[in-house]
Design a protein around this ligand. Structure first.
Ligand code: KIV
Ligand code: NA
Length: 272
C-alpha cells in the first residue's frame, strides 16, 4: 500500500535526499506526475499557465480550493501543498487562518504556501501553531509583481541578499516546514540552504538547494510561449497533443471515425 508523504517526512529529507516537486492543477497531470514526486504544489501559477492571465493576482480562493481537490483526489503518494492566492492571507494572521482552513478542508491538502518576507512570519507562526503547516516562499515572489515592476531575479545586491536571507530565517523561526527560494542569485540560494535547518526548495535558485520545483507545463513544452531561463523541457507533450488532435480531425472529416464499433445498439454480426 502506498502511503502519502507527510510534512514531517518532507522536512526530514534535509541532508538525506533531494525533495522532488512539480506543480499540478488538474487530475490528468496530477495523476501522471504523482508516482515520481515527493511533493506536488497546486500553484497559483495556474492563473497564468492554466487560465492565461497576465499575472497570478486574479485567481480566487474558491478556484485554488477546487484545483486542490482535483489534485488530492487524483494522487496517492505526493504531499500536496496549495498556494494561498493573492489577497487571501496578507490582511492578518486571522484572515490567513480562516482562508487556509477553508482550502485544506475543501481539498484535503496537507499544507499551504504563502509568499512574503519577514513581515509575514507572524502569519506563518499563527497558522503553524493552529495546525496548518506552512511552506514559505521568498526571493522572487510573483504576487509582488507590481512592487517589483515585473518578474525579475532578486537578491543581486549584498543588501538585498541579506534581506532575503533574513526573510527565510524569520519563516524558519516562525515554524515553516520548508521554504521555496525563487529567482535569486545562485550564491544566495546556496547560502540560504546552508544557513537553514529546514529544507529549501529551489526554482531559479541553486543546485545546492535541498529540493527543486518547476511548473509541469514548462517541462512538457505546454507553456506556449517562452520557457523561463530556470526551467528545462524534459518532454514534448505539445507534439503528442497536436498530432492526436490532427489525426482525430482527419478521421472525422474523411469518415474513418467513428465506425459502428463506436456506436450503441449495433448487432455484433453487423459490426464485422
Ligand atoms: O505557483 C507556482 O507554481 C509556484 C512555484 C513555481 C514555486 O509558486
Ligand atoms: Na505560486
Amino acid at each position: 500500500e502506498i502511503k502519502r508523504r507527510t510534512v514531517p517526512e518532507i522536512m526530514a529529507y534535509k541532508g538525506q535526499k533531494k525533495i522532488v516537486c512539480l506543480t499540478a492543477y488538474m487530475a490528468p497531470i496530477a495523476r501522471l506526475v504523482d508516482p515520481a514526486m515527493d511533493l506536488i504544489l497546486v500553484g497559483d501559477s495556474t492563473a497564468m499557465v492554466g487560465y492565461g492571465m497576465r499575472d497570478t493576482l486574479s485567481i480566487t480562493l474558491q478556484q485554488m480550493a477546487d484545483h486542490g481537490a482535483a489534485v488530492v483526489n487524483s494522487t496517492e503518494q505526493a504531499c500536496v501543498v496549495i498556494d494561498m492566492p493573492f489577497g487571501s492571507y496578507q490582511v492578518s494572521p486571522q484572515q490567513a487562518f480562516e482562508n487556509a482552513a477553508f482550502m485544506l478542508a475543501r481539498s484535503g491538502a496537507a499544507a499551504v504556501k504563502i509568499e512574503g518576507g519577514a513581515a509575514l512570519a507572524p502569519t506563518t507562526q499563527f497558522l503553524v501553531e493552529r495546525g496548518i503547516p506552512v511552506l514559505a516562499h521568498v526571493g522572487l515572489m510573483p504576487q509582488y509583481v507590481n512592487t517589483m515592476g515585473g518578474f525579475k531575479a532578486q537578491g543581486m545586491s549584498d543588501e538585498a541578499a541579506e534581506r532575503i536571507l533574513a526573510d527565510a530565517l524569520a519563516h524558519q523561526e516562525a515554524g515553516a516546514f520548508a521554504v521555496v527560494v525563487e529567482g535569486v542569485a545562485e550564491a544566495l540560494g546556496r547560502r540560504i540552504t546552508e544557513q537553514l535547518a529546514i529544507p529549501t526548495i529551489g526554482i531559479g535558485a541553486s543546485p545546492a538547494c535541498d529540493g527543486q520545483i518547476l511548473v509541469t507545463e514548462d517541462i512538457l513544452g505546454l507553456s506556449g510561449g517562452r520557457i523561463p531561463r530556470f526551467a528545462k523541457q524534459f518532454g514534448d507533450a505539445a507534439t503528442v497533443i497536436q498530432q492526436a488532435a490532427q489525426s482525430y480531425a482527419d478521421e472525422v472529416r474523411n469518415g474513418t471515425f467513428p465506425t459502428l464499433d463506436h456506436c450503441f445498439g449495433v448487432k455484433k454480426s453487423a459490426n464485422s
